[in-house]
Design a protein around this ligand. Structure first.
Ligand code: PLP
Length: 394
């Protein structure tokens, strides 16, 4: 069977120890054969419908559109997917591949716990053993998600090396995978890592774009002018962008975490800060990474844990070079204010990650004509963020 392209222009590839190469090849084979297998597709579609609750709705944001006085705004409601965000689409798809490969155990990394919860959920559904690596600092600040994972039957292993956060958890998950690769799959949570992960994750998340494209065509009989999504590793963005890549008239905008502002150095804007966001290799892939002057992985900051990572998925680097997609940043403050505006105009409490996409909508919609259309990916719901938000609004 023909293999998948391992790179996106100069980005991506497979920078892993020799011992992992057979596992990556096995994963690629399993994915290619699953994609061609009607029974696999049918089972995945059935789970997306009956378990995840897809298709998620497309909601016209009438009051938000009126408030901003320009473009008409439509929300793709990934916040209504089971477990509260888009991550479950990918976790379920990979968990089905694990069963197909005859493995019985998954390891996953998690920062805020969202991908850990999605992985633990998929593992429980399919009867797989699940170990989630999480930095000790993250465990302390994300107790509700730690408890959720345990309720779902997963083991949460605390990582005390490095800064005790996401990148250290990824290192440990990879170490476990290398050691137990015969019966273990590494369930990677974003459009990152060595080939074939970025492609597999994009394909499992492409359901967002396929649905949204069909829904907006049915509702308006036309495509949106602009599609906006937040970009952590880049999975929800590539999931919605993928359906519009061949429509050059549709503008694609990714929004990174601007933290306390690009000049502060406290952010996660890999593209937005060219002095520190440079080409490098991280966790198996070649892409833009926030680095210190001597090439160490820089510390990042964002009010939203899901955007707080030093690297961006390699396909986004490629789309940016091609000028097919454009990238900008929203600060913590802009995201918090967008968060509040969506709550009060639409009765929807968004995830702080998604609020970054909304912050860009707030900047852009007023400059666009009233008959133009913005489609925004509401990647998740905000229940998980209430503690953080409470500390900012008092
Ligand atoms: C994890 C997460 C993100 C960021 O991850 P991507 O891979 O960039 O999509 C965005 N929104 C929500 C709600 C998340 O949980």
């Amino acid at each position: 069977m023909p293999l998948l392209p391992p790179k996106f222009g100069p980005y991506g590839g497979q920078y892993v120890p020799e011992t992992l190469m057979p596992a990556l090849a096995e994963l690629e084979d399993a994915f290619i054969s699953a994609r061609a297998d009607l029974a696999f597709q049918r089972e995945f579609d059935r789970l997306l419908a009956d378990f995840v609750g897809r298709p998620t709705p497309l909601t016209y944001a009438r009051r938000l559109s009126e408030r901003l006085g320009g473009a008409q705004i439509y929300l793709k409601r990934e916040d209504l997917a089971h477990t509260g965000a888009h991550k479950i689409n990918n976790a379920l798809g990979q968990a089905l591949l694990v069963r197909r490969m005859g493995k019985r155990r998954i390891v996953a990394e998690t920062g805020a716990g969202q991908h850990g919860v999605a992985s633990a959920t998929a593992a429980a559904l399919l009867g797989l053993e699940c170990v989630v690596y999480m930095g000790a600092v993250d465990i302390a600040r994300q107790q509700p998600n730690v408890f959720r994972m345990k309720l779902l039957g997963a083991e949460v292993r605390s990582v005390s090396g490095g800064t005790q956060t996401l990148k250290d958890a990824i290192n440990e998950a990879i170490r476990d995978w290398v050691t137990n690769v015969r019966d273990t799959h590494y369930l990677l949570g974003s459009a990152l890592g060595p080939h074939p992960y970025p492609t597999i994750v994009r394909e499992f998340q492409s359901v967002i774009g396929r649905e949204a494209r069909e829904q907006i065509l049915r509702e308006l009989g036309r495509l949106p002018d602009t599609v906006i999504a937040c970009v952590g590793g880049g999975s929800n963005a590539i999931g919605i962008f993928s359906a519009f890549l061949s429509d050059p008239e549709v503008e694609l905008i990714g929004v990174e975490a601007g933290g306390e502002g690009l000049a502060s150095g406290k952010h996660a804007a890999r593209f937005g800060d060219p002095a520190r966001g440079r080409l490098g290799v991280i966790h198996g892939t070649r892409t833009f990474v926030l680095q210190t002057a001597d090439g160490q992985i820089a510390e990042t900051h964002s009010v939203s844990a899901g955007l707080d990572y030093a690297a961006i998925g390699p396909e986004h680097a490629y789309l940016r070079d091609q000028e097919r997609a454009f990238y900008t940043a929203a600060t913590d403050e802009e995201a918090l204010s967008a968060f509040q505006m969506l709550c009060q105009t639409e009765g929807i409490i968004p995830a702080l990650e998604s609020a970054h996409a909304l912050a860009e909508v707030i900047k852009r919609a007023p400059t666009m004509p009233k008959d133009s259309v913005i489609l925004v990916n509401l990647s998740g719901r905000g229940d998980k963020d209430l503690n953080t938000v409470m500390q900012h609004f008092h």
